[in-house]
Ligand binder design. Structure first.
Ligand SMILES: Cc1cc2nc3c(=O)[nH]c(=O)nc-3n(C[C@H](O)[C@H](O)[C@H](O)COP(=O)(O)OP(=O)(O)OC[C@H]3O[C@@H](n4cnc5c(N)ncnc54)[C@H](O)[C@@H]3O)c2cc1C
Length: 451
């Protein structure tokens, strides 16, 4: 049977664009449909615009530090309109880059929504149909609103980049990394931020000591964090939103932002009709090669809800191409993925938390928390944390957790050692770089506890 294409990719985000490009470079005839903007979540409403906002939000701290270091510096006003137009010009530029990557590599693109018609056929929103030997689902995910009365009055992270003006007060609901990052960003930009989270501590799943420090520092920086607190109901109150909470309070905010989870974009895609197996939250179920139960259909990235990060979606896309177009079956390696949370202070982490590791066997914990030289001189109360979780038997470093300015940059490098299977003694053998914060990661001699 002859097909229009060797590969049809649905979704022009991190995973889809990478898979389409690499497959085309390997000689495959490739098409890709994108219903919105090329670059997907990461480029248009995730990592990139978020990180630019993180940068913008850090300047007040720099001005304070500059004064402490003897500079005659004063902080002026933040011009949201000026920043926003520059931000969107950058996102437009990046969209162009992604389009060019596809075009220059001979991938045919369709600016359309696509859904499945049969195991080898995609139907586009203009009604046309395209056939392909393989179909790759890379539709990503979308934020979900909680089931709360008045929830339609709230916004999500998607909307923050498009606000007409920065609000004076904002309530953020959620305790995951997106909620915490936006709480820090908006706080830094001068918004009065309140954060409600129903759990006992933010950043569930991460090392307890590390998330405890981030939580403490966020509050010290002025975020009004309420743990064990959820929204009961919301109502319009003039141009503000009145919020009743489970802690018995009723407060009024200019904006309410939900960061209460994301769901895979699998609704109305023809997947159920075709018998593609989906999980409880609509995620596409795949094997280690990203293949679904229908042999011609594969899925990568957030739509599979494995590890929802851009570099992971990209690797899944590349492993798919190795497997299907290069005759080199390549399972995706989801073990020991370093990651960063761009709160203020940042957290960088790889491997097991202390809690996770101690459930598996005997461990030693090496940790140090201190005021870094730069911030201490400037009179900031900020503390940092360097922590290694070590297997008592093999001496391997099972987890590395850093809370510090620049922790994202540090964990990328420490991550190589941990991924290579470095032992505590390998860390010890490495000479410190002095004076830095990260030198502490190689100078911790005695465990603070064993478990
Ligand atoms: C606020 C925020 C911050 C983040 N920060 C980070 C970070 O710092 N680091 C990190 O690694 N990750 C971060 N992420 C996660 C990261 O953005 C995602 O893991 C990544 O974008 C997933 O890529 P993907 O290819 O699976 O999907 P996406 O990038 O979401 O791309 C999917 C694309 O498919 C399109 N699409 C959907 N359905 C259809 C259809 N039927 N037809 C045609 N097109 C369709 C969508 O329009 C979209 O463009 C963040 C996410 C958010 C929301």
């Amino acid at each position: 049977m002859s097909f229009d294409y060797d590969l049809f990719v649905i979704g022009g985000g991190s995973g889809g664009v990478r898979a389409a490009r690499v497959a085309a470079q390997a000689g495959a005839r490739v098409a890709l449909a994108e219903e919105d903007r090329y670059g997907g979540t990461c480029v248009q409403r995730g990592c990139v615009p978020k990180k630019l906002m993180v940068f913008a939000s850090e300047y007040p701290g720099y001005i304070e530090d500059a004064k402490a270091y003897g500079w005659d510096a004063t902080l002026g006003d933040f011009n949201w309109d000026a920043f926003k137009s520059k931000l969107h010009a950058e996102l437009d530029r990046l969209e162009g880059v992604y389009r060019n990557i596809l075009g220059n590599n001979g991938v045919q693109t369709f600016d359309a929504r696509a859904k499945l018609a049969d195991p080898h056929t995609v139907e586009l929103s203009d009604g046309s149909r395209k056939t392909a030997k393989h179909i790759l689902l890379a539709m990503g995910g979308w934020p979900v609103l909680p089931d709360i009365k008045g929830a339609e009055l709230g916004i999500t992270s998607n909307d923050v980049f498009h606000l007409d003006a920065l609000p004076e007060t904002m309530l953020i609901l959620g305790g995951g990394y997106i909620a915490c990052e936006f709480a820090c960003i908006l706080n830094g930009l001068g918004v009065n931020v309140t954060q409600y989270y129903r759990g006992a501590q933010i950043l569930r799943g991460f090392d307890e000591e590390a998330r405890g420090l981030v939580s403490e520092e966020m509050q010290q920086n002025g975020i009004d964090l309420h743990l064990g607190t959820n929204i009961l109901e919301m109502a319009q109150d003039g141009d503000k939103i009145r919020v009743k909470a489970t802690n018995g309070t009723e407060r009024v905010f200019d904006k309410v932002m939900f960061a209460t989870g994301r769901r895979p974009n699998t609704a109305d895609m023809g997947l159920e009709e075709l018998g593609v197996k989906l999980g409880r939250y609509g995620e596409v179920l795949v094997d280690e090669y990203s293949q679904t139960n229908i042999p011609s259909i594969y899925a990568v990235g957030d739509v599979t809800d494995r590890v929802n990060l851009t570099p992971v979606a990209i690797r899944e896309g590349m492993a798919f191409v190795e497997t299907v177009f290069k005759g080199n079956p390549t399972p995706v390696d989801h073990d020991l993925i370093p990651t960063a949370i761009f709160t203020q202070p940042e957290m960088g982490t790889i491997g097991m938390s202390e809690e996770e590791a101690r459930d598996r066997g005997p461990i030693e914990v090496y940790a140090t928390s201190f005021k870094p030289m730069r911030e201490s001189f400037a009179g900031r109360a900020q503390r940092v944390l360097m922590k290694l979780v070590v297997c008592a038997d093999t001496r391997r470093v099972l987890g590395c957790h850093i809370v510090a300015p620049g922790a994202g940059e540090m964990i990328q490098l420490a991550g190589i050692a941990v991924k290579m299977g470095a032992t505590k003694e390998d860390f010890d053998r490495t000479v410190a770089v002095h004076p830095t914060m990260s030198e502490e990661i190689v100078t911790m001699r005695e465990p603070v506890r064993t478990a």
